[in-house]
Design a protein around this ligand. Structure first.
Ligand SMILES: *Cc1c(COP(=O)(O)O)cnc(C)c1O
Length: 364
């Protein structure tokens, strides 16, 4: 794929994939490992796919430093099905589940939990249109709660937890869809982590679940087969046909993360990328205004506004002409959002910075 013109892709999800991953997939698409077939055309029960599947699991364990007492699953239905599976499996009658409400996705998770059972609010930042992450000391939950649920990165509002609560005997469950593998995480603090793949891990269609066995042992055993974590654990995520191509692509993305130096190196890179844009916002003397409170800023989704909607329209139109994709903010915040996931190159953020400075000069 020589000389291909790649966009400055700031899409919120599905989002940028590393070019080398796209090229590798392309190179082995028609003939995977000499089989005369693509990876999409082979049986999920074959030893060739089994190798892909288990290699992807072991890379995930290695790169994210997942301890031995955790299971790694590849499910379907997106993070949105996890909103339901979590309470179905772990919110027993007579128990209550605590939710931190830091944006639209956590509100959606909360809504599903309330359909299943007794769920309550542990904290919320709705008062300022979710512009911050509540202080750990402000979380209010009972020690006998079934679990505490957090959304580690709020994709729409551009906020991210900088540290995680110590929940003691209360299982901590996290939706990490939009910042998984972007920074090192002490997995042992969490009982369960889930993430749709389409932001940092690969194409849409696969959902990663990392779950500690002591929590899995407490799951409701009387569930419909496909909704029970136990089914997927027992069958190494192959109770039914898994999303084989997505798992293969995730494996290639993880291999790429490894080649970049692993999660620590990726994190440093992400800090430098986000700083290019945040520093531009901060140096603009109010021309650009960040939505997130500075202590809650996300490294993945950078949300900002301009002085008027008219100016924002002009900014987005000129950005589009200049080759930038996906800078429109979500309608619940308005303005602009630059999603700088792992696969977004430093050069794209540098180009955005240059564009923002130029636009300000021309429109101030
Ligand atoms: C994108 C996203 C979701 C939704 O994921 P689906 O896979 O589309 O269900 C949920 N939570 C967060 C934090 C997200 O960023």
């Amino acid at each position: 794929m020589l000389n291909v013109k790649r966009a400055y892709n700031f899409n919120a999800g599905p989002s940028a994939l590393p070019l080398s991953v796209i090229e590798k997939a392309q190179a082995e698409l028609a003939d995977f490992k000499g089989l005369g077939m693509s990876v999409m055309e082979i049986s999920h029960r074959s030893k060739d796919f089994d190798a892909v599947h288990n290699q992807t699991i072991s890379l995930m364990k290695e790169l994210f430093r997942i301890p031995e007492n955790y299971e790694v699953l590849f499910l379907q239905g997106g993070a949105s099905l996890q909103f339901a599976m979590v309470p179905l499996n772990f919110l027993a009658p007579g128990k209550k589940a605590a939710y931190c409400l830091t944006g639209s996705w956590s509100e959606k998770a909360f809504k599903e939990a309330k359909i299943v059972g007794d769920a309550y609010e542990a904290a919320s930042s709705k008062d300022t249109n979710y512009s911050y992450i509540p202080a750990l000391s402000a979380l209010k939950y009972d020690q006998d709660s079934a679990y505490l649920h957090i959304t580690t990165n709020n994709t729409i509002f551009g906020t991210e937890w900088q540290e995680y609560p110590e929940t003691g005997s209360v299982p901590l469950i996290a939706d990490m869809s939009s910042d998984i593998l972007s920074r090192p995480v002490d997995i042992s603090k969490f009982s369960l982590i889930y993430a749709g793949a389409q932001k940092n891990l690969g194409p849409s269609g696969v959902t990663l679940v990392i779950a500690r066995r002591d929590l899995l042992e407490k799951a409701n055993p009387k569930l419909l087969t496909m909704l029970s974590y136990g089914t997927h654990v027992k069958n190494n995520s192959m109770f039914n046909t898994p999303p084989t191509f997505g798992i293969y692509m995730m494996g290639l993305v993880l291999q790429w993360v490894k080649e970049q130096g692993g999660v620590d190196a990726i994190y440093k890179h992400n800090v430098a990328k986000a700083a290019l844009v945040y520093d531009t916002i901060d140096a603009s003397e109010g021309f650009y205004k960040g939505h997130a409170r500075p202590d809650s800023r996300s490294l993945m989704n950078i949300t900002f506004r301009l002085g008027s909607e008219e100016l924002e329209k002009k900014f987005l139109a000129e950005a589009k002409t200049a080759g930038f994709v996906g800078l429109n903010g979500h309608r619940s915040v308005g303005g602009c959002r630059a999603s700088a996931y792992n696969a977004v190159p430093y050069e794209a953020c540098q180009a955005l910075k240059d564009f923002m400075i130029k636009f300000q000069k021309e429109n101030n």
